[in-house]
Design a protein around this ligand. Structure first.
Ligand code: FES
Ligand code: FES
Length: 187
């Protein structure tokens, strides 16, 4: 199967129903993307697919073949991702760091859709779990970026809400697809 990851075409040998997370970590050794819950809940496994944050633990790899997958390994090559990483450093956001690649992905995806998000947008988009409780630092970093003059293209809050709903729907659909393939395998 052909995947496009971080702007490189990569051929992988895998079954189509394997979650993208395992292909990244096990087949390709890209361990920056983390496994947390495996249930589309915590966000540790977040990557971007065509610029939209996506839970890779419930995303069958066949569903993203040929689409633009971005992982934490290349996030600083993206101008918006670079801005996020710089703000994360400025505000010393990470503690243990385990959840942070997913947090950076969620932040980058939001800022690609809305360059100057308000508090409500930030709250709605930054829903990844953090056991270390870095939520206040994350919000401070996001507000810092959101109010910067240099932030790029703006879109409406409605587009962000629609993007969030699409992420949730895709996560549910991906989980359902994996479950149905599991139960077929068990039969
Ligand atoms: S590992 Fe928790 S959402 Fe994917
Ligand atoms: S920084 Fe430790 S889990 Fe978030």
């Amino acid at each position: 199967m052909k995947l496009k990851i971080n702007d490189k075409d990569i051929e992988v040998e895998t079954d189509g129903d394997v979650p993208l997370l395992w292909v990244l970590r096990d087949n390709l050794g890209m361990t920056g993307t983390k496994y947390g819950c495996g249930l589309a809940q915590c966000g540790a496994c977040s990557v971007m697919v065509d610029g939209v944050v996506t839970r890779s633990c419930v995303t069958p790899v066949e569903s993203v073949a040929g689409r633009a997958i971005t992982t934490i390994e290349s996030i600083e090559e993206d101008p918006v991702g670079k801005k996020v990483v710089e703000a994360w450093v400025r505000h010393q956001v990470p503690q243990c760091g385990y959840c942070q690649s997913g947090q950076v992905m969620a932040a980058t995806s939001l800022l690609k859709q809305s360059a100057h998000p308000g508090d409500d947008e930030i709250r709605a988009a930054m829903i990844n779990l953090c056991r270390c409780g870095t939520y206040n630092a994350i919000r401070a970093a996001m507000h810092d970026i959101a109010t910067a003059e240099s932030a790029s293209a703006d879109v409406s809050a409605g587009a962000v809400a629609a993007g969030g709903a699409a992420v949730a729907a895709a996560a549910v659909a991906g989980a359902a697809l994996l479950r149905s393939k599991d139960s077929k395998g068990d039969a």
